[in-house]
Write a protein that binds this ligand. Structure first.
Ligand SMILES: Cc1cc2nc3c(=O)[nH]c(=O)nc-3n(C[C@H](O)[C@H](O)[C@H](O)COP(=O)(O)OP(=O)(O)OC[C@H]3O[C@@H](n4cnc5c(N)ncnc54)[C@H](O)[C@@H]3O)c2cc1C
Length: 618
């Protein structure tokens, strides 16, 4: 049994639900085909299993070492990273002009699921490098692109994102790193950054940092922030590589992702650190916003990847671990011991993990697919519509992917029982590694504020209306499916709850109770996440139901007994049955709570705001 990703489900989402082959009709993806997509997935799986996965456990045990200002990554990371770069994976979805393979992002993300499930700590290095390379591609001068971008896309050099400072975490606008204009058009950089992933390491000779800083004299707050490429080694006037006065002052000792170096960096301690402006002066935040969608989706993928492998590990364990008697012979001491997958409570946990992981996969792949539709669009209208979907989906993908991914990992530990809690088994590491996803790249609280404060109000709520109308088009077809009518009814109630809360927030936002939407932004995001995943699972159930009926028809299986027989012998039938089961479970167990959750929000309880600080605890 495969333990990283359910490859069959990946293909179901890509080919049977999103039908991504249709992307090949667009000139941008004209050179691709379903075979090429599948080949990429197969190769990603191979590399993930052979090279990434074996180094995951010792990466966790060994961690990174900080020695005399240098950082050493776990030994086994070197070979796996090398293989990743040789396979040209880093630029898989970038255009050939930058050395990329030009695949759709949705395929790149499906590959990320394999790599991330195998070893997220290791995957952080190329992941961040890709973000830095994209910044140079979009906003770097031709010279910067020539000198740095190609090497980043090839993975020969690495990249980082340097935003956080001790006093500037969520509040990036409070940063103090300085940039001073020089006569030659470059800038002198000085300041301290903390928590910088991959800030220093020995995987590559050079690291190019993307640093947020304020040019002397620029406005206070977010409006005065610019972004600079600051290489660890820069080119001097003769083109030779020289030290650029970037030092690592330490690394964090943290809960998880031990193989990913989290560094404190000092820029310009000796007054000799040079940075190169990207885009315009004071345009740093706008640039970050433009790049944010991919970065946030990337973090949501972390949660999915961890959930994916945690579920498969727990499933395998539940088939092997013998404990207790079958429920029908509970009191019979002579009864044979059964694998724990026979126990109803374990099955409930497995179904929670299965349906959540499949819902997240559909959600995150959908967001990537919408980005592909933006990139491939041939009319402004098409582009705008899909961009709108992306804007709404991203904060949900980031927060739901990370929060639910963590809950799936936690449930995996529960399935393992005591063995899940000890380091001998893999799931405790997955839980530790997963947690950070809800914190970095904008905490999930900040994602919720983005959804409620920015995305809902964009274009006077039109993004929300467009999303609903796209869903309604698909829902029309599902409504005709008699087998799913009860699930459709529950989903429609949920959708109505989301609409009611959205209107409620819009009204509150115009009164002196505007803090209510802020107070309950996160529960609202969770509600939207459940509704969207419920919708996607319902859609999947509709596809699976038609396929399953076809199989029954082909096998002339008219009665329950014949159908039962097919389900035990025909893997496709079992898979489609499993898809319908996921939708039934999620919609019945999760969406039925939506009405209560909506009511909880609209009760507008303000106890959290009204309680005096000393009322929390004396
Ligand atoms: C392992 C690791 C890797 C990281 N990698 C990077 C990296 O590569 N580059 C980088 O720049 N940074 C990185 N970070 C930093 C990370 O992005 C920050 O930790 C994160 O943005 C939160 O900032 P903070 O820790 O200062 O928390 P704070 O901003 O102090 O937040 C604390 C709490 O207050 C809440 N909060 C804060 N402000 C508000 C508000 N206005 N409204 C509502 N709630 C609010 C937050 O949601 C959170 O719950 C990393 C951090 C870690 C731990």
């Amino acid at each position: 049994m495969k333990l990283l990703v359910d490859e069959r489900d990946v293909k179901f989402v890509l080919h049977e639900q999103l039908r991504i082959e249709e992307l090949c009709k667009y000139p941008k993806y004209g050179g691709f085909s379903q075979d090429l997509f599948d080949m990429a997935l197969q190769e990603a799986e191979k590399l993930a299993e052979k090279e990434f996965y074996p180094s995951n456990r010792d990466g966790d045990r060994e961690g990174c070492r900080f020695e005399a200002g240098e950082v050493k990554v776990p030994e086994s990371f070197h070979r796996a990273y090398q293989r990743y770069c040789e396979g040209e994976w880093l630029a898989i979805s970038d255009p050939p002009e930058v050395g990329g393979q030009g695949f759709p992002l949705v395929i790149a993300n499906a590959c990320i699921e394999f790599f991330g499930a195998a070893n997220w700590s290791l995957f952080m290095y190329p992941g961040l490098t890709h973000g830095a390379a994209r910044l140079l591609q979009e906003f770097g001068s031709p010279q910067l692109q020539e000198r740095y971008m190609h090497k980043l896309f090839a993975g020969e050099w690495a990249g980082t994102m340097c935003m956080t400072e001790p006093q500037a975490g969520s509040d990036v606008g409070s940063l103090r790193t300085r940039a001073v204009r020089l006569d030659n058009g470059a800038y002198k950089i000085s300041g301290q950054k903390i928590f910088i992933s991959a800030g220093m390491h020995d995987l590559t000779e050079n690291i190019v940092h993307m640093v947020l800083a304020r040019i002397d004299g620029a406005p206070k707050g977010a409006r005065g922030i610019s972004i600079f490429a600051v290489p660890r080694l820069r080119h001097d006037d003769d083109g030779a590589l020289v030290d650029n006065d970037v030092a690592c002052t330490g690394i964090e000792h943290k809960m998880g992702i031990h193989g990913s170096a989290t560094c404190s960096l000092s820029f310009g301690e000796n007054g000799a650190c040079i940075g190169y402006l990207l885009g315009r002066e004071n345009g740093g935040m706008r640039i970050m916003f433009e790049m944010m969608n991919e970065a946030r989706l990337f973090v949501g993928m972390q949660g999915l990847a961890h959930a994916s492998t945690a579920y498969l590990h727990a499933l395998q364990y539940s088939k092997e671990r013998l404990q207790g008697a079958p429920v029908e012979r509970m009191k019979d001491a002579e009864a044979p011991r059964v694998p724990i997958i026979h126990h109803p409570d374990v099955r409930r946990m497995l179904m929670f993990m299965k349906s959540s992981t499949e819902g997240m996969r559909a959600l995150l792949y959908l967001a990537a697919y919408c980005i592909d539709r933006v990139r491939a669009a041939q009319t402004d209208e098409e582009k705008e519509r899909f961009q709108g979907h992306v804007e709404l989906l991203i904060p949900i993908c980031k927060a739901v992917g990370s929060d639910l991914g963590f809950r799936v990992c936690e449930t995996a530990i529960q399935v393992y029982g005591g063995y899940g809690y000890v380091t001998e088994y893999p799931v405790e590491q997955l839980l530790r590694d997963c947690k950070i996803a809800s914190i970095y790249e904008g905490t999930n609280g900040i994602q919720a504020l983005d959804l409620v404060g920015r995305k809902l109000t964009m274009k006077r709520g039109q993004l929300f209306k467009n999303a609903l109308s796209s869903m309604t088009e698909i829902l029309e077809k599902i409504r005709n499916n008699f087998n799913l009518r009860e699930l459709v009814a529950i989903y429609e109630e949920t959708q109505e709850s989301v609409i009611q809360v959205t209107k409620f927030f819009a009204l509150k936002g115009m009164t002196d109770e505007f803090h209510v939407p802020l107070l309950y932004a996160k529960p609202y995001l969770d509600l939207c996440g459940d509704a969207t995943m419920g919708f996607l699972l319902l859609w999947q159930a509709h596809i699976a139901d038609r396929k399953l009926q076809e199989i029954y028809r082909d096998h002339r299986a008219g009665d329950d007994k014949a159908r039962q027989e097919i389900l035990t012998t025909n893997r496709s039938a079992a898979f489609y049955f499993g898809k319908i089961a996921s939708a039934r479970f999620f919609i019945n167990q999760v969406l039925t709570l939506s009405h209560g959750r909506a009511r909880a929000i609209m009760n507008s309880d303000k106890s959290a705001l009204e309680i005096p600080e000393y009322g929390f605890a004396l």
